[in-house]
Ligand binder design. Structure first.
Ligand SMILES: Cc1cc2nc3c(=O)[nH]c(=O)nc-3n(C[C@H](O)[C@H](O)[C@H](O)COP(=O)(O)OP(=O)(O)OC[C@H]3O[C@@H](n4cnc5c(N)ncnc54)[C@H](O)[C@@H]3O)c2cc1C
Length: 309
């Protein structure tokens, strides 16, 4: 990899931990230059990386505006561009790839780079099959959220060589009228631990046992579709075919039957634990660990155990 560009997420002006891991992982290929496209505010002045770094800052919400991102296409010419899969990142990468008539490969689970070509493994058909492909032409890539970036060398902090901000182009057709970040909870697509609950909880008032377990673990909360349709939980927590796709290291599914539409959003999880009082619940077939029992009994016991450690 000669020139590497990275779509990086920021939080309160700092690089997210996942973005730092991605930069460190790609630095281990010793690229001659690194170009960061930072989504969100930039308050950092150096980055741990193998070589000098240029940064361009793209304001929140403008990643879907063709006229605004247009100048990035020429700036990224000759770069291999990487991000970590999320709706926002995949949207931007596919937009850039289509403007530049390049290929985009999303959801990489394994990657090898040998003599100018990439060998890639990824899952397809909602995890029902895996695909191996070799490409010399693709320039835009997103890694699956649970890609293992660990085990790479630590790099010294490099001062940022140049920093600029991409503002909406005059031809821009989009105007951000307001942006209200959801605060106080871990965003689901970024979460490495998720506790999800379904109709088995019976009543929105029973969600305290789910929230207590999530808090004890430092996890995000999720739900099945009927739960958000019933307004028991907000719609941004709904995971599945028609909701958010998650790929945490651990997903604990509580009182969820395991319908195929729900599985389509969670089968990127590394380890799945299912808690259900019906031993025949379909979800058990897709679980790494299963607990047959009542959520009202099991969840408080798990929380208590975690709190005592
Ligand atoms: C086009 C389409 C798209 C859809 N998209 C989605 C989607 O994106 N996401 C999604 O989730 N669904 C989606 N669905 C709905 C999906 O088919 C299921 O209906 C839904 O996932 C079921 O939700 P649930 O498991 O919470 O509820 P239920 O099917 O009612 O299951 C509740 C489970 O809780 C268990 N339970 C009950 N009491 C307890 C207890 N005390 N302790 C422990 N366990 C208990 C039961 O044994 C049962 O397994 C979609 C459906 C369609 C048709």
């Amino acid at each position: 990899m000669k020139k590497v560009a990275i779509i990086a997420q920021t939080k309160e002006g700092q690089l997210s931990d996942a973005s730092k891991q991605l930069i460190s992982y790609l630095s281990s290929f010793k690229p001659e230059s690194i170009f960061i496209v930072a989504l969100g505010e930039v308050k950092f002045s150096s980055i741990a990386a193998s070589s000098s770094v240029d940064v361009v800052h793209l304001s929140d919400g403008l990643w879907c505006d063709t006229a605004t991102v247009q100048p990035l296409v020429s700036a990224l010419d000759g770069y291999s561009v990487f991000g970590i899969k999320s709706i926002q990142v995949d949207n931007l990468l596919s937009l850039l790839a289509s403007i530049s008539s390049n290929e985009f490969v999303s959801g990489i689970q394994q990657l090898q780079y040998v003599s100018g070509s990439y060998s890639i493994n990824k899952s397809i058909f909602s995890g029902k099959a895996s695909l191996s492909l070799k490409t010399q032409t693709a320039s835009y890539f997103s890694f699956n959220r649970n890609f293992d970036f660990s085990g790479n060398a630590e790099f010294a902090e490099q001062p940022i060589k140049s920093s600029s901000t991409l503002t909406p182009g005059s031809a821009s057709k989009s105007t951000i009228k307001s942006l209200k970040p959801i605060t106080g909870s871990i965003p689901l697509p970024d979460a490495s631990l998720v506790v999800g609950a379904g109709r088995g909880l019976k009543d929105p008032g029973n969600w305290t046992i789910v929230e207590d377990l999530a808090k004890a673990l430092g996890a995000a909360t999720a739900c099945s579709k009927p739960v958000s349709d019933l307004n028991w939980r907000p719609h941004h927590e709904h995971v599945g075919q028609t909701g958010v796709k998650i790929s945490p290291n651990l997903y604990i599914a509580c009182g969820i039957s395991g319908a195929i539409q729900h599985l389509a959003g969670v089968n990127g999880s590394r380890v799945v634990v299912v808690i259900n009082n019906d031993p025949e619940a379909p979800f058990f077939k897709h679980a790494d660990y299963g607990i047959v029992g009542d959520v009202n009994d099991i969840l408080p016991r798990l929380t208590k155990k975690l709190q005592s450690h």
